[in-house]
Design a protein around this ligand. Structure first.
Ligand code: MG
Length: 159
């Protein structure tokens, strides 16, 4: 038994915030704005897992009106989503994500993002892929106004 899910998220880039992607803090002049740590990669992955299980989205499970999630570490949010999936009898099979960012260059950080995702999703890093693309300076990501991420995940019945 397998179920597929898709996630998409965007956060705005602003001064005075750290840039955290896939649990990795990346040196850059801007960071992502959000109620939590605004880790757009982890949010897209969490939404993909919830989507696969027809459990809505992270906004429903972790409302941004709730002070408990102010500046929350999104690794912990994703950990709760993985636990929720486990409680429904599913584990991550494999996942693939694409970060859309004009700057900064993300290649040096992708391996650490994969390792972080593998750990929280409790799978081997061979089952996780994270890639990055620019949009050739087109659109809001191309102008550097924000960073978005697309993710797809295949969930498999545990055991
Ligand atoms: Mg988000």
């Amino acid at each position: 038994m397998m179920r597929i899910g898709h996630g998409f998220d965007v956060h705005r880039l602003v001064a005075g915030r750290p840039l955290i992607l896939g649990g990795v803090q990346i040196p850059y002049k801007y960071g992502l704005l959000g109620h939590s740590d605004a880790d757009v990669l982890l949010h897209a992955v969490a939404d993909a897992i919830l989507g696969a299980l027809a459990l809505g989205d992270i906004g429903r499970h972790f409302p941004d009106s709730d002070p408990a999630y102010k500046d929350a570490d999104s690794i912990l949010l994703l950990d709760q989503v993985v636990a929720l999936a486990e409680s429904r009898g599913y584990q991550v099979g494999n996942l693939d994500a694409t970060i859309v960012a004009q700057q900064p260059k993300l290649l040096p950080y992708l391996e650490q993002m994969v390792n972080n995702l593998a750990k929280v999703c409790k799978v081997s890093s061979e089952n996780i892929n994270v890639k990055a693309t620019t949009t050739e300076e087109l659109g809001y990501t191309g102008r550097g106004e924000g960073i978005s991420t697309h993710a797809v995940v295949l969930m498999t019945a545990a055991g």
